[in-house]
Design a protein. Sequence first.
Length: 198
Amino acid sequence: MRLVLASASPARLATLRSAGVEPVVIVSGVDESQVVDLPPAELALQLAELKCAAVAGRDDLPDDALVLGCDSVLELDGEALGKPDDADDAAARWRRMRGRCGVLHTGHSLREAASGRVAAATASTTVHFAEVTDAEISAYVATGEPLSVAGAFTVDGLGGAFVTGIEGDHHNVVGLSLPLLRELTAELGRSWTDLWTS
């Protein structure tokens, strides 16, 4: 049984590898701007399902493949925040986020390539942000890290020092909930441990 990760995220890949899973990476190429006007948790799930379906529809997948699509958004004041548009947008977000908390939603869609059966759900984790200074925001944005990630922050990189607490699954904030993925694997009648690389 082989896991196919329909994502270009290095953080998701690293999370799976650290959990003993060596996936095949096939980037979906889905245009995320096509899905709009949905509540944040539903948006994350819809995008995950689109990414999963785009890769699962390929002819070159092994029969025993499980295809995983994921997408993350940060909910702040009821608004879904994906990747920032540019450095100014990232800095403005951080000025809104500092000293507050948001909810990081990650949609997960897991599909059996052979049968087309799908198990999907969203994991949500509350993230508390530090009261960072304008100078810290400028320095962080200048690194470029917040420009390529949902919510304009990481917990496993330079942004980790600006996160004061997490309520829920830490892995979900990185971009993939391992406990939820285990449950989705079981929902499809498979064993999580069968995904471990021997």
